[in-house]
Design a protein around this ligand. Structure first.
Ligand SMILES: Cc1cc2nc3c(=O)[nH]c(=O)nc-3n(C[C@H](O)[C@H](O)[C@H](O)COP(=O)(O)O)c2cc1C
Length: 194
């Protein structure tokens, strides 16, 4: 299964609303996709206790295991002060290396003001590129998101069309990698002892 990571724990988050929209798009494409909402992981409370792998709480560990088993990750990332939110980086820093990163298909949706989260997405590309993930080239930048959402729906129809195209494209991208067993999940399954 593919996973959508909603990249912040801010109450009332637009990233979460966009994540739901993307989940619905995948449903129309015949695919069930699960959302990981960082707000559910209680990251701020956990930070004080975590020792990078020694004492990760069960709820976070279960989510990290899901990531290792995922077909691909769709990361919805808001821009906070010219980058990704700190909670998202903390979460990524708990991914298992190389299992979670290497050859894992990843796709990005940024949101923010006039640049639509461009800087946050480019920082994520550096992180996942450095860790050898397969980055889907079509990125989406949702500009002025605070003006372009109404009752949980995107009012910018051009952006909605781009999200539809990106989702269909990412589906094909993942399938193409799977067909040659080049994706992270296939490689992990091959490595796992019978
Ligand atoms: C702490 C914080 C910092 C922000 N910094 C930026 C920024 O540097 N650039 C930008 O375009 N928007 C910035 N914004 C606007 C957000 O990208 C926008 O409000 C978006 O809805 C945030 O995503 P969220 O609703 O999922 O939290 C910031 C918002 C917050 C809360």
């Amino acid at each position: 299964m593919k996973l959508i990571i909603s990249g912040t724990d801010r109450p009332g988050s637009n990233s979460k609303k966009v994540s739901f929209i993307i989940q619905k798009i995948y449903a129309t494409l015949g695919e069930k996709v699960e959302i990981i909402d960082l707000a559910d992981l209680k990251i701020i409370e956990t930070m004080q206790k975590s020792r990078y792998g020694e004492s990760v709480p069960t709820v976070i560990q279960k989510t990290l295991d899901l990531i290792n088993q995922s077909e691909g990750l769709i990361i919805v990332c808001p821009e906070y002060n010219g980058s990704m939110p700190g909670v998202l980086k903390w979460f990524i820093d708990h991914f298992k290396y190389p299992d979670a990163f290497e050859y894992r298909p990843i796709c990005f949706i940024g949101l923010g003001g006039m640049f639509g989260g461009l800087r946050a997405v480019e920082h994520l590309q550096q992180v996942f590129g450095y860790r050898n993930s397969f980055i889907f080239p079509d990125r989406i930048f949702l500009i002025n998101i605070f003006r372009n959402m109404k009752e949980g729906e995107l009012t910018d129809l051009v952006a909605l069309d781009l999200l539809n195209k990106q989702s269909a494209g990412f589906q094909k991208f993942c399938r193409a990698l799977q067909s040659e067993k080049m994706d992270a999940k296939s490689l992990l399954d091959l490595r796992r002892p019978n």
